[in-house]
Ligand binder design. Structure first.
Ligand code: C2E
Ligand code: MG
Ligand code: MG
Ligand code: MG
Length: 289
């Protein structure tokens, strides 16, 4: 009896310790089982057309509840996975789960939003990536246009030999390609011209302090105008206030994503969402208070 109590006490204490002290190694060890044990799931964050208010896209965001570590944020475990080949396994799971979900929504008769999937540099550089993507699309009967890949500047900066050709093929097949966290990496401008991309996502750090006549306002205006002149669409991420939304709409930003419009949510909740924002939610003038 004492043994049983001691044991459960130890487990409880251990779980509390882990939250503070979990190192990368612990995360890596736990993550190794996560895929097989079904501990991963995807949430979806709505992305709205800034002009019409329609729910046109959604970003798939990975969530992990580990029995040992509790909820671990992707900002914490993705970099750990990227240190090893674990990212290949995790990334493949994300790819299939997102594709499966969109196929299911369509089978349910929903004209589901285009789902954008985050792809790590190492995953994209793997020689099997393109074939895997097409296999999964075929397996679930989904056209390439139903999804989009979110690539980072780090990925585009890699010396992956066939990178331009690969992007060209994916683009040609109809897979949307967007550049995530735009403005946070290196020499972003040259990438915009060099590669076949569809969309640029303005990083949250530029949207965060967006006020009229601020430096970020000028930057955001310049990014949108440059992207448009290269025939790229623009998503603003991290839209949290009505003022930010109003400025982005006024500057001609194409899509809005952020807590103001909706947090990442389970698939069923996204499906239950209205197909468009209400007029009040679209109002260009920010509320007085
Ligand atoms: P990201 O791709 O730039 O995703 C956007 C992040 O910003 C998400 O964080 C989202 O929840 C958060 N966000 C959205 N709107 C707002 C807002 O209005 N305010 C604030 N403060 N945050 C907002 P999350 O889900 O924690 O993901 C963090 C990062 O982890 C992602 O950044 C992405 O780089 C990575 N990640 C997530 N899922 C995956 C995945 O399946 N594969 C890969 N390779 N990376 C992933
Ligand atoms: Mg992203
Ligand atoms: Mg992003
Ligand atoms: Mg980001």
């Amino acid at each position: 009896e004492a043994k049983a109590r001691g044991r459960s006490g130890w487990c409880f204490f251990e779980a509390g310790m882990d939250e503070r002290l979990a190192g990368s190694l612990r995360i890596e060890t736990a993550l190794r089982q996560a895929v097989a044990q079904g501990e991963l799931l995807l949430h979806y964050q709505p992305i709205y057309c800034a002009r019409t208010g329609r729910l046109t896209k959604a970003e798939a965001l990975l969530r992990w509840e580990s029995p040992q570590l509790g909820w671990v944020s992707p900002g914490r475990f993705i970099p750990v996975a990227e240190e090893s080949s674990l990212i290949l396994e995790v990334g493949a799971w994300v790819l299939e789960e997102a594709i499966r979900q969109v196929a299911q929504w369509r089978a349910q008769g929903w004209d589901a939003p285009v789902v954008s999937i985050n792809v790590s540099a190492r995953q994209f550089a793997h020689p099997g990536f393109e074939a895997l993507l097409h296999t999964l699309l075929q397996r679930h009967g989904l056209p390439p246009r139903a999804i989009e890949l979110e690539l980072t500047e780090t990925l585009l900066a890699s010396d992956q030999e066939d990178l331009p050709a690969l992007l060209h093929r994916l683009h040609g097949a109809g897979v949307g390609l967007s550049l995530d966290d735009f403005g946070t990496g290196y020499s972003s401008l040259s990438y915009l011209a060099r590669f076949h991309l569809n969309t640029v996502k303005i990083d949250r750090s530029f949207v965060m302090n967006l006020q009229e006549d601020s430096r970020n306002h000028s930057l955001v205006r310049a990014i949108i105008s440059m992207a448009h002149s290269l025939h790229l669409q623009v998503v603003a991420e991290g839209v949290e206030s009505a003022l930010q939304r109003a400025i982005l709409q006024a500057e001609g930003c194409d899509y809005l994503q952020g807590y103001l419009l909706g947090r990442p949510m389970p698939a069923e909740q996204l499906h239950a969402r209205p197909l468009a924002l209400t007029e009040a939610q679209m109002l260009t003038a920010p509320e007085a208070h």
